[in-house]
Design a protein around this ligand. Sequence first.
Ligand SMILES: Cc1cc2nc3c(=O)[nH]c(=O)nc-3n(C[C@H](O)[C@H](O)[C@H](O)COP(=O)(O)OP(=O)(O)OC[C@H]3O[C@@H](n4cnc5c(N)ncnc54)[C@H](O)[C@@H]3O)c2cc1C
Length: 372
Amino acid sequence: MSTEYDAIVIGAGIAGAGVAAELAADRRVVLLEQEERPGMHTTGRSASLHSETYGGPCVRLLSRASRAHFLEGVEGRPFATPCGSLYLATEAQLDRLDAFASQPTVAPAVDRIGESALRAFIPLLRPGVVVAALFERDACGLDVDAIHGDFLKRFRRAGGTLRCSAPVTGLDHAGGQWRVAAGGQSFRAPLVINAAGAWGDVVAALAGVRPLGLQPRRRTVALVDPPAGVDPGAWPMAVDIDEQFYFKPDAGRIIVSPADETPMPPCDAWPEDIDVAIAIDRVQQVIDLPVHRVSHSWAGLRTFAPDRSPVAGFDTEAPGFFWLVGQGGYGIQTAPALSRLAAALARGETIPADLEAIGLQASDLAPDRLAR
Ligand SMILES: Cc1cc2nc3c(=O)[nH]c(=O)nc-3n(C[C@H](O)[C@H](O)[C@H](O)COP(=O)(O)OP(=O)(O)OC[C@H]3O[C@@H](n4cnc5c(N)ncnc54)[C@H](O)[C@@H]3O)c2cc1C
């Protein structure tokens, strides 16, 4: 039995849910997810930060354009909570801190602060190690479940069909239609959107489409208790200027990460003990944080295109095959704008005017910018 749609979206993480919610407003859309529920892979494992100074130029524009959506939220509940973030530098890193601070998109967003002001934010700071920092005033913590859940709710309300436990195992194209085999069923549509995250190139291979060279990279995080009597709740996120570690508060505990980027095949990623140990060691070099036990640790795959910028656009060699991949470590904070942009391009329209006005161009996101 075959089921006819206008669009088939593969992968129900934040990317697939976002574009499916946009397209369902005026298209018949089916969203296919291999797992028993949406968001089990990278989307469910993020550090939940929105920072307009993180990532490359395209990511920063998409993050800026997504901010209003996060602040507005739904039914009076914002998706974002202001928390601020800090880029930390030791004496030896000061030239990198200053070079970063002088970038045109960074300079207006940050204040440079010294050790004593930094201590007011993070009292556990070890003396004489971190000597300066940049404070990004408008960085926010994000409620990822609520953002993702809202996309899925909008999708269902608009009449979209979500099929979980439906791994796509075959795609072929004939007579202007894609036929997609998933979970024992067959689905047909002229448009397929590949939002399969770490599996983006695997899904392309099923369709006979040349891969983009996507690189899934594992990132590890661990939750540890603060010292007795210390409430880290008001701390900003703190990131080493060379992105060798970060730490941030999380519901009374502290998240630590070695900011690892270990290349991996697509898989259900698990944390390695050594990466947890490295995270704790690096963080302990800058703050006085005795760790007696790790409450919980996890890892997820941040998947990058070779130029580390997201990909949204039609494959030039396979009609009706649309890529929405390579969101790397920024897929949550860019999702609202990237979903709108991807939906417009997938409909054959130009980039939404407000996104074009801030400098986004379809060619910057197109898959054919990448040498294959
Ligand atoms: C530790 C960590 C911290 C992060 N911190 C942040 C942060 O602070 N801010 C931020 O913006 N981003 C952050 N990110 C990145 C962000 O989480 C990702 O960019 C984003 O979740 C990617 O979403 P996605 O939908 O592309 O991928 P995924 O969420 O992995 O979704 C892809 C989906 O496709 C499905 N799929 C794959 N193959 C098939 C198939 N054949 N058939 C059907 N379904 C299939 C998978 O099961 C999966 O559900 C972080 C990531 C990690 C790991």
